[in-house]
Write a protein that binds this ligand. Structure first.
Ligand code: AGP
Length: 615
């Protein structure tokens, strides 16, 4: 998620804006920029890299004094993190500057339309088209920036927060939001707009939370809010009583909690813009031709930790949809086992950070063996996608907590997109079958939200079980990697012994671990796969008969588990392959709450780093 601030008042705008961007640095970014309006002119500076680069540019070539300005820290989605793609973006005549957080789903067709009108677009971003559209709309709306913004938003599809300034309206900042955060800071003779309150709580703690599809026009002493049609609208006023640290976390105690709650958005954003107007899947960063993908006769997924588990989930879908054999390997093991690779092998490297050395070394090995490499990554421009033949970016936004949550779910979604794309180009799924599965994926954010709404049950269970010396997790089919991930979360956050098993393996040894009172989580598959469902219910009986305390994750309406469950955590009814996306969430919440009860630093667990850049 990008960091956004707009200011209009009596202070030096560049100082207020740069200070605000510094307070937004925690969000993660790869470039930054500012734009000011002064004496009827627009002035801008932007640099790739950290704010220090922009500070250096501003000290070498100071911008003029101004009391209206905007600033942006960019987390790249469309286009590499470089100076040209950094925000703000301006129109051809340098009359309007705009910054943006989100994804404009129909930017390709809008870009084509502008280029057909002779516009020269300099960047790879979706944002730049908004600057040009505003430049076109301004004179059509009497140079009223708010009216021009409303007109432009009617053309946009996707999720966006837009903030703009214009030379024609020099004492105004205008912002618009759809499905992306925007707050207004109410000062004394000055006002602010920002992606979150941490940007301006040094100046004011009185804020307005804007609603969906709203435009706000801010001057030094007025705030005017309308809907996209121009009708007056209301916003929710509140007083921010968080300290700066809590503000960075959006009021959450941990970044992890914030990121768990961001999962519906992360999934929705990862799905945005993946279908062309004719309904076919389009993966714009996949730089492998359809012919090359048709030649693939084996997929090998390589990753580490939680990313490895997302690969284990993906295997079930990729093989089911494409009938191509799919292996999943730990990156740290891959190149030492002398794997069989050739030009027809598609190696898929999954990495949230894009910098994990084990995974990076594995893809270098794979490319040396002439295999094609596709990265699934959350960090635009990081090393692993740069060294891959193709990439699918997840759009979870910066993941600050060491324990991966929204990164994991968005990795599964991106793997599913890859599987469906392979099925599309290889013809193993008809277009309508792919559309059905895409529709199922589109339903997942709401299903995840329902799980989050019921999380208090899980937190209470965590408080009750926090002193357990050991916890087991069982699952079958796609529930098996979910069990592994649930165990990893508990290990890395609560420092407890925890193990995930394939439920069918119980009788081959692990059942010896089961003793009176041992908590055992069991992920029960949807009833659509009766062969699986019945077997897992039997597994619950086996451990319960030996004294386990059974915590059963089962879909709503499944009565068969009641007889054997000490606790039932209900999951929304979703298709089998979608269940990992909802079943994982209670396990994330459980581990986070146990760690909190035990007094651990949830965001920075002992001995761990967010990105393991050593082998
Ligand atoms: C996840 O909770 C862990 N922090 C860790 O296993 C992580 O998934 C692994 O190190 C891989 O990181 P990456 O996705 O950035 O490559």
């Amino acid at each position: 998620m990008c960091g956004i601030i707009g200011y209009v008042g009596s202070q030096q705008a560049v100082d207020v804006v740069m200070d605000g961007l510094r307070r937004l640095e925690y969000r993660g970014y790869d470039s930054a920029g500012v734009a000011l309006v002064s004496s009827g002119e627009l002035y801008a500076a932007k640099r790739a890299g950290k704010l220090a680069n922009l500070d250096e540019a501003l000290s070498q070539d100071p911008l003029p004094r101004a009391t209206t300005g905007i600033g942006h820290t960019r987390w790249a989605t469309h286009g590499a993190p470089n100076d040209v793609n950094a925000h703000p973006h301006t129109d051809s005549a340098d009359r309007v500057a705009v910054i943006h957080n989100g994804i404009i789903e129909n930017f390709a067709e809008l870009r084509a339309g502008l280029e057909a009108l002779g516009h020269d677009l300099l960047s790879e971003t979706d944002t730049e088209i908004v600057a040009h559209l505003l430049g076109e709309a301004l004179p059509q709306h009497g140079d009223d920036l708010a009216a021009a913004m409303r007109a432009v938003t009617s053309h946009l599809e996707g999720a966006f927060t837009l903030v703009a300034v214009a030379t024609a309206d020099p004492h105004t900042v205008v912002a618009a939001r759809r499905s992306s955060p925007l707050v207004v800071g109410l000062g004394n003779g000055e006002n602010f707009v920002a992606s979150d309150v941490s940007a301006f709580i040094a100046h004011t703690r009185d804020a307005l939370e804007l609603g969906q599809d709203q435009v706000v026009e801010v001057t030094s002493d007025t705030v005017t809010i309308t809907d996209f049609a121009g009708r007056p609208a209301e916003a929710v006023a509140y007083h921010v009583d968080w300290d700066a640290s809590a503000a960075e976390k959006g009021g959450y105690q941990w970044f992890m909690l914030k990121e768990i709650d961001e999962q519906p958005r992360a999934i929705a954003d990862t799905l945005l813009g993946r279908t062309s107007p004719d309904g076919r899947l389009q993966l714009d960063e996949v730089r492998l031709s359809e012919e090359e993908l048709r030649e693939v006769d084996k997929v090998i997924i390589i990753a580490c930790g939680t990313a490895f588990y997302s690969g284990l989930v993906a295997k079930y879908a990729i093989e089911h949809w494409t009938r191509v054999p799919c292996e999943v390997e730990l990156a740290s093991e891959f190149r030492y086992r002398d794997p069989v690779l050739d030009r027809q092998t598609l190696v898929v490297a999954i990495s949230q950070s894009g910098e994990t050395m084990d995974t990076l070394m594995a893809i270098r090995y794979a490319r040396a063996q002439n295999a094609r490499v596709l990265a699934i990554c959350n960090t635009n421009g990081s090393t692993i996608p740069r060294e891959s033949d193709a990439v699918i970016y997840t759009r979870a936004g910066p993941e600050i907590a060491v324990a991966s949550t929204k990164g994991f779910l968005s990795q599964i979604v991106a793997c599913y997109l890859l599987g469906l794309y392979l099925a599309q180009v290889r013809g193993t799924k008809y277009g309508d079958e792919i559309a059905t599965i895409m529709a199922q994926l589109q339903e997942v954010p709401a299903a995840v939200q329902r799980v989050l709404d019921g999380a208090e049950q899980v937190r209470a269970l965590a408080r009750d079980l926090a002193d357990s010396p050991s916890v087991l997790f069982l699952g079958r089919h796609t529930g098996f990697p979910v069990a592994l991930e649930g165990a990893l979360k508990l290990k890395e956050l609560a420092y407890l012994h925890a193990e995930g098993f394939a439920a069918g393996e119980l009788k081959h040894g692990p059942i010896a671990l089961v003793q009176e009172g041992l908590p055992v989580f069991v992920i029960v598959p949807p009833r659509g796969r009766d062969a699986l469902h019945g077997k897992v219910v039997s597994n619950i009986q086996e451990v319960r008969a030996r004294g386990a305390r059974t915590i059963v994750l089962a879909e709503e309406g499944d009565p068969t588990v009641l007889a054997y469950a000490d606790e039932v955590i209900r999951l929304p009814q979703v298709p089998t392959l979608m269940q990992p996306l909802v079943a994982t969430v209670p396990l994330q919440v459980f581990a986070c709450e146990v760690a909190t009860v035990l007094g651990h630093d949830v965001d920075q667990p002992r001995n761990l780093a967010k990105s393991v850049t050593v082998e």
